[in-house]
Design a protein around this ligand. Structure first.
Ligand code: PEP
Ligand code: MN
Length: 651
């Protein structure tokens, strides 16, 4: 059962409630959520609700109807986030807003093999390295794994590339030996109901990936998770990998419909391993993408590298080129799912404290400014780009204040919208790049803009008479608004401000158009979701940093190769000046993806140009290539400034 405590409960009352439950042989767990503090109590003793209600501090008592208790959503409303640290001071979080990819060979075969695969999967975007060392194969005559020797290689390879490691444990007797090597234990499908194994692994308190047996129902999977949870770990990840059905054209039926069911019934993160369901690797990417679309928090993939000829499950293990393509597709899909990707930090990170302004900052977190109020789309972009728990987002009143705060070192970064797929360029910010000389672009992120209609609690669509929002958002929801009966459309400075105004007014006839995040922030209800005319509504943001500060630890400034460069220039005032610059790009076979011209303030009819160019994927050294381009362009331009070389998601 879940005992919900009164908001102002005293520590003394809380202790009395806990002592009472313990005295009746209940196992208890206190959970402080965003809304309530609750005590979850699991046990077999029979209690009358009244026994608890007589205790001061108890608000309500909710029985848990499911046979699994600790794993159920009734027990814990918020998603559990499983945290796995790597050796670069970074926390990989599974179950939050970020998609996690686990990759590596089915089995570790040699030191050389796992190092090669680790390097390849890390450079493509895997964040946890997998590899089997004990294999419960159907045949006793097949390769059984390298055991401890393999674990040593796995750990070393993981450390070299900043990847925590994950491997299957097949027996509790292996725990003392394995515990020095393993970051995440995997319980294989064939052992899902080895209750002794579950109890012993659970007692380690470490992250565990529990695979669904091919003969287990969703409820049986959750009961197995209950064994782990009740033995002492709260770090459990569930993994769907296919179940046995009458179908024989596939190896197993990947039960993706179990993913939303699991997400509804449990707070635990859910991942999917598509490799065991198909007969051939060519079918893995489709199922991996479908898994993420079904709501999975991550994917686990067998990758046997380039030219890999692994002797374990080679037919269903991806080659590196396929894995690389899949990771690009995942990156493109993520914004549609409202998620972002976890990336591993690059190896050499300068200490944040070398920043002269660091002492002024209150916390150890990265700070990133945006223009707008809490809940603005730019704030969502910040929590996607950085890891939510590592960043404080700082609202400011205007874009120029944002550029100034970054220049002055008041914040570490700024999140700057630069163009919208429907509305076009945000010219102000192009101008800010010419005004503020001391900032660079260090990254970019694209956000899928989804609008919702937000109203006060208790309001229905039929109550609405006035709708508030930023003019652009109103324009983007034109079809929806046209269907309504003559609502007054009222402009607001931003979508977040509109939400705030509606909340403060408290009137049922007012509604705002904004992101669903605003509903939570301003205590509003979502009256209708996804009301934008065009689902291809994307805003591209760039992340800026002052030039004079040390590079900060940021998961996105990773070892993924830069693929984009931006710069601004002015040309000589003569015939063919711009053409002579463009000719250089063409000669160097560089794809120019953007060219904007802006008037130079104070100089009538003179312009400066902003350009983005793509750096081809096979470029060995992006910096060198761009230096080369710049030295050629320099002769043809007056002012030339490189804004940054960075990595940009491809769509
Ligand atoms: C594996 O991931 O290596 C594996 C064998 O998976 P499963 O337990 O799902 O069969
Ligand atoms: Mn396998």
């Amino acid at each position: 059962m879940v005992v919900v405590l009164k908001k102002n409960v005293s520590e003394e009352d809380k202790k009395r409630i806990k002592d009472f439950l313990i005295s009746r042989s209940f196992k208890i767990n206190e959970i402080s959520g965003e809304e309530d503090t609750v005590i979850a109590a699991v046990g077999r003793a029979h209690l009358e609700k009244e026994d608890l209600f007589t205790l001061p501090g108890v608000e309500s008592v909710i029985p848990i109807s499911k046979p699994y208790k600790l794993a159920s959503r009734e027990f814990k409303k918020e998603n559990t986030i499983v945290e796995i640290p790597n050796n670069r001071g970074q926390m990989i979080r599974l179950g939050g807003q970020r998609l996690v990819t686990i990759a590596g060979p089915q089995m570790i075969e040699s030191r050389e093999q796992i190092f090669k695969i680790a390097r390849e999967v890390a450079s493509c975007g895997a964040v946890i390295l997998r590899g089997g060392v004990y294999k419960p194969h159907f045949s006793p005559y097949s390769f059984q794994g390298l055991g401890e020797e393999g674990l040593k290689y796995l750990k070393e390879a993981g450390e070299k590339y900043g990847l925590p490691v994950c491997t299957e444990i097949v027996s509790p007797v292996l725990i003392p030996m394995m515990k020095d090597y393993v970051d995440v234990y995997q319980i294989g499908a064939q052992n899902m109901q080895d209750f002794d194994l579950l109890k012993n692994v659970g007692a380690l308190g470490k992250p565990v990936i529990l695979k669904r047996s091919y003969t287990a129902t969703v409820e049986e999977l959750l009961m197995a998770a209950e064994y782990l949870l009740s033995s002492g770990t709260d770090q459990v990840v569930l993994c769907e990998r296919g179940i046995r059905t009458f179908e024989s054209s596939t190896n197993n039926t990947l039960d993706l419909s179990s993913v939303p069911v699991l997400k509804a019934h449990t707070h635990l993160p859910v991942i999917v391993d598509p490799c065991h369901s198909v007969k051939h690797r060519s079918q893995v990417p489709q199922m991996a993408l479908a898994a993420l679309a079904s709501g999975a928090d991550g994917i686990m993939l067998q990758v046997h590298g380039s030219n890999g000829k692994g002797f374990s499950e080679a037919a269903t293990s991806l080659e590196t080129v396929q894995f690389n393509k899949l990771m690009h597709d995942v990156e493109a899909l993520a914004p549609v799912l409202g998620k972002a990707i976890v990336h591993i930090r690059e190896e050499k990170i300068q200490n944040k404290n070398t920043d002269a302004n660091a002492s002024e900052k209150k916390s150890d977190k990265i700070t990133c400014a945006y223009s707008g109020s809490k809940g603005a789309y730019a704030q969502q972009a910040i929590s996607r780009y950085f890891d939510d728990a590592d960043v404080d987002s700082v609202p400011l009143d205007s874009f120029s204040q944002l550029f100034k705060a970054v220049t002055d070192g008041k914040v570490d970064y700024g999140m700057v919208p630069i163009e919208n797929s429907l509305a076009g360029s945000v010219y102000q910010n192009y101008d800010n790049f010419s005004r503020f000389q001391d900032v660079s672009i260090v990254g970019s992120i694209t956000l899928n803009i989804r609008h919702s209609l937000l109203g006060v609690k208790g309001a229905a669509l039929s109550d609405i008479k006035n709708v508030y929002s930023h003019p652009q958002a109103l324009a983007q929801c034109k079809k929806f608004l046209d269907q309504q009966n003559e609502w007054n459309q009222i402009d607001a400075v931003s979508t977040a401000t509109a939400a705030q105004m509606v909340a403060q007014g408290g009137k049922k006839e007012n509604a705002a158009i904004g992101s669903s995040v605003n509903a939570q922030i301003y205590g509003l209800n979502i009256l209708q979701e996804d009301i934008e005319d065009d689902p291809h509504n994307f805003t591209r943001f760039v992340i800026i940093q002052a030039n004079h500060v040390a590079r900060l630890p940021d998961a996105h400034q990773q070892n993924i190769k830069a693929n984009m460069a931006s710069f601004i220039f002015t040309t000589k005032n003569e015939a063919g000046a711009l053409f002579s610059v463009l000719e250089i790009f063409s000669k160097m076979k560089l794809n120019l993806t953007r060219l904007e011209s802006r008037p130079i303030t104070g100089q009538s009819w003179k312009y400066w140009f902003y350009t983005d160019i793509e750096i081809p994927e096979d470029t060995e050294n992006p910096q060198k290539k761009i230096d080369e381009v710049l030295s050629l362009i320099k002769e043809k331009t007056e002012d030339l400034r490189l804004l940054g070389i960075y990595s940009e998601e491809k769509h």
